[in-house]
Design a protein around this ligand. Structure first.
Ligand code: ADP
Ligand code: MG
Length: 356
């Protein structure tokens, strides 16, 4: 299914991007204590780049000579990879640039992609240093596979590329509110969930999606140039073959593109890096606090769909549109806050490449 990274290696080595501020600020110690040694032992030439500010990585990959690098490795949370992916897509030569193999090492507080990549090996779950070792080992083995990219259109006119998730309601609020607790690492999401549960609210909006398998979800590499051909412009109704969700009151809407929402939350156990599917979950109003807590606990082992909760709906989609009706709120893409308002997204199967 993949190609060996060593076979595509141009003998120039990899760039390791480290965010020293991510998570509990431990990424540099992880680099010095583990990563550098693993890469050296595997004979992979590497160059360390320490980010100095937000968007440093984005600006760097937008202008760097990519022919120098066999892969871009991110030692941080998902936020730094989000910068790298979007920086690559902002280049004039993005079609070639986005083919650069990417690698992820868990160095932040939100390490959802790293946890997903580990999950895809079918090994039992690990956390912390063991997850770092597992992901480091995968990098050294260097098997490259496709990574779905989701094109996200915002009402501001911006277009972003996402590899992880789009969230509104409960999950988005927790994600942003819990940034204050970044110092406690992955625990921040658990604490944030408890805080949010205490002030549980309902979010009004309209949701629509194009079910998976309706039309051919063409592999986006090559001919179709990442055109968002499945979506109608904002202001126009969604196309005829879309499904309109009748409910208008939600506790959360969560579109997952990988298996994990965080190191501890396996929202979409069946997801794969290049399955070309948006795993859409929504929870409608009326769910009790106790049930919500039970669902989040079950999500730790990925069994929330077995809880028999009638408010929780799961569908496989290839495009979605969400129109929040309340004046302000929080929308997140890959855990990063984005412009609030109507949003729509469609998957481009295996548009990027990941070492996994
Ligand atoms: P975490 O999982 O802890 O949130 P992320 O990798 O998501 O870690 O990074 C959090 C944010 O920090 C991202 O928005 C990223 O753009 C930003 N960032 C990157 N480098 C730096 C830096 N040197 N100083 C401050 N912020 C940075
Ligand atoms: Mg983050």
């Amino acid at each position: 299914r993949g190609v060996l990274f060593s076979e595509v290696r141009r003998a120039c080595g990899v760039m390791v991007l480290v965010n020293p501020q991510s998570g509990r600020g431990q990424a540099m110690a992880q680099y010095n204590g583990h990563v550098q040694r693993m890469l050296t032992e595997a004979d992979i030439p590497h160059t360390l780049v320490i980010t100095e500010r937000q968007n440093h990585a984005r600006d760097l990959v937008r202008s760097t000579d990519l022919s120098q690098w066999d892969a871009l490795i991110i030692l941080s949370g998902d936020g730094l990879l989000f910068e790298v992916v979007n920086g690559l897509m902002e280049r004039p030569d993005w079609e070639k640039a986005i083919q650069t193999p990417l690698g992820i090492l868990p160095g932040g507080s939100g390490n959802a992609l790293a946890a997903s990549v580990h999950h895809y090996t079918r090994a039992s779950p690990v956390w912390g240093e063991d997850l770092l070792t597992s992901c480091g080992f995968l990098l050294c083995k260097g098997l490259v596979s496709g990574l779905d990219l989701i094109s996200v259109q915002l009402s501001s006119g911006a277009r972003l590329f996402s590899f992880l998730s789009l969230a509104w309601g409960f999950v988005a609020d927790v994600d942003i509110e819990s940034e204050t607790f970044r110092q406690i690492g992955a625990l921040r999401f658990i604490l944030g969930t408890l805080v949010r549960l205490a002030s549980l609210r309902i979010y009004q909006g309209k949701l629509a999606y194009l079910p998976a398998g309706e039309t051919d979800s063409v592999s986006s590499t090559g001919e179709n140039l990442l055109n968002d051909h499945l979506m109608a412009p904002f202001g126009q109704p969604v196309p005829q073959n879309w499904t309109l969700v009748e409910e208008r009151e939600f506790v959360l809407v969560l579109a997952m593109f990988q298996s994990h929402l965080s190191e501890d939350l396996m929202a979409a156990p069946g997801a794969r890096a290049d399955d070309g599917i948006i795993h859409l979950f929504y929870l409608t109003a009326g769910v009790s606090r106790a049930t919500l807590l039970r669902l989040f606990r079950a999500m730790q082992s990925g069994t929330h769909l077995d809880c028999g909760c009638a408010h929780l709906v799961y569908v496989r989609a290839q495009a979605i549109r969400l129109e929040p009706l309340s004046a302000d709120g929080v929308l997140t893409v890959d855990g990063e806050r984005v412009h609030y308002g109507p949003v729509q997204a469609q998957v481009h199967r295996a548009a990027a490449r990941i070492i996994c």
